[in-house]
Design a protein around this ligand. Structure first.
Ligand SMILES: *[C@@H]1O[C@H](CO)[C@@H](O)[C@H](O)[C@H]1NC(C)=O
Ligand SMILES: *[C@@H]1O[C@H](CO)[C@@H](O)[C@H](O)[C@H]1NC(C)=O
Ligand SMILES: *[C@@H]1O[C@H](CO)[C@@H](O)[C@H](O)[C@H]1NC(C)=O
Length: 369
């Protein structure tokens, strides 16, 4: 352990834990299990103090517009996956976490489509315990402000209704859990980090229920971002599919031969006592992005005209298909490794220094369980 990571978190008044509320009627999102073909219109029709589920879970060709409020997210392959992001233009993850919708790289899931040029470097890694898709993104193409340093999404949250509320995830990579004749199985434990023009979505194997598995999709290390939660070697401009070893559970590290578990504090100023290690990967195959994302040039007329539910705004964005390759804020692995992030809107400000040796996508993303 040669590099010290000094990660000072200046925690503003409202911290995730302070959002906690008790309710007796809650139906935890992680308990809502359905065959893909049997999904109800909404899996969390009864909300709470945060409001109601904004979108819907039954998604089909009629919901596949740039105004879609589909909250069923598919994670299959490097050319066929979706990310949670805002339905409202120029939003932030901190503001939109409860009502985010699926943005997909490929047509066919009843969702919004990531415009051409959104994905700027992607690594898809299959490990024994989880599949992770991580990389670089022009986040303005999925409605995030260029300056947004982002946050974390998962099926829990203080009220257990999930972020986004009612958001469910399916994959064709775990067929043994498939309970209908679609190729999709529900993924119970997952998390996503997005912001600072980087993203990671990780799905844990739903047929494993071991503590290790839960630990790998843990959602209580939200302040330390992608480099800790999704250790990876993704590079800007590179699109690759690899096999890999599973990561060490987040927070666990070895010091002087002793395995120790660090837990992220909920307040105060603290330092992470270890640097994450990128697990070994192998069998990497690289692709041209133009071969992977051939179908996401959007027809400019498809966005308008379709209504939006629940006031989540019609952001008709067919026009966004232009500008491929343009990177809004110039963030890169190098920049984020040494940068200070977060002097804008949100509740928590994260300052990272001394991360220069961390390769790949490594932003310090802020907050929110
Ligand atoms: C398509 O999805 C919408 C929104 O969930 C739903 O109202 C509609 O019934 C679905 N159509 C079909 C044919 O399933
Ligand atoms: C986006 O939002 C930021 C504040 O979050 C604001 O400074 C900026 O002007 C907005 N950009 C556009 C294009 O509306
Ligand atoms: C799946 O397909 C088989 C063969 O077509 C059929 O017998 C079975 O009922 C289907 N199962 C479901 C859950 O739809």
């Amino acid at each position: 352990m040669s590099t010290i990571v000094a990660l000072s978190v200046l925690v503003a008044a409202a911290i995730s834990g302070a959002h906690a509320q008790t309710t007796t009627t809650v139906a935890p999102l992680a308990d809502q299990t359905y065959a893909y073909s049997a999904l109800p219109y909404q899996v969390e029709p009864i909300g709470d103090i945060r409001g109601n589920q904004v979108g819907y879970n039954r998604c089909n060709s009629s919901t596949e517009t740039q105004d879609s409020l589909c909250q069923t997210l598919i994670v299959n392959t490097i050319d066929d996956f979706c990310l949670w992001s805002s339905p409202k233009e120029n939003d932030t993850i901190g503001v939109s976490e409860a009502y985010e919708v699926a943005w997909c790289a490929k047509h066919g899931h009843g969702t919004r489509i990531m415009p051409a040029g959104t994905l700027q470097g992607v690594q898809h890694i299959t490990t024994p315990d989880y599949i992770m898709i991580v990389g670089f993104i022009d986040q303005t193409q999925v409605n995030l402000a260029a300056s947004d340093y982002g946050g974390e999404l998962d099926p829990h949250g203080a009220d257990e209704l999930g972020n986004p509320m009612g958001g469910v995830v399916y994959s064709n990579q775990y067929p043994s859990g498939n309970t209908d004749n679609s190729s999709l199985s529900q993924v119970i434990e997952w998390n996503e980090f997005i912001g600072n023009n980087q993203f990671c979505i990780k799905i844990c194997n739903p047929s494993e229920t071991t503590p290790t598995n839960v630990g790998l999709c843990n959602n209580v290390y939200d302040e330390v971002g992608i480099s800790y939660n999704c250790p990876n070697s993704a590079q800007k401009g590179v699109f690759e599919v690899c096999d890999g070893d599973s990561m060490t559970p987040i927070g666990q590290y070895v010091s002087d031969g002793v395995t120790t578990t660090w837990t992220q504090p909920w307040s105060g100023t603290w330092t992470v006592p270890y640097t994450p290690t990128v697990p070994a990967s192998s069998n990497c195959r690289t692709y041209a992005s133009t071969d992977l994302y051939t179908s996401n040039s959007l027809p400019t007329s498809s966005a308008s005209g379709s209504g939006s539910a629940s006031g989540a705004s019609a952001t008709g964005s067919g026009a966004k298909a232009s500008g491929s390759g343009a990177s809004a804020s110039g963030s890169s692995a190098g920049a984020s490794a040494t940068g200070t992030s977060g002097n804008s809107s949100g509740a928590h400000h994260v300052i990272v220094s001394g991360l220069a040796t961390v390769l790949g996508v490594g932003a310090a993303l802020a907050f929110l369980a």
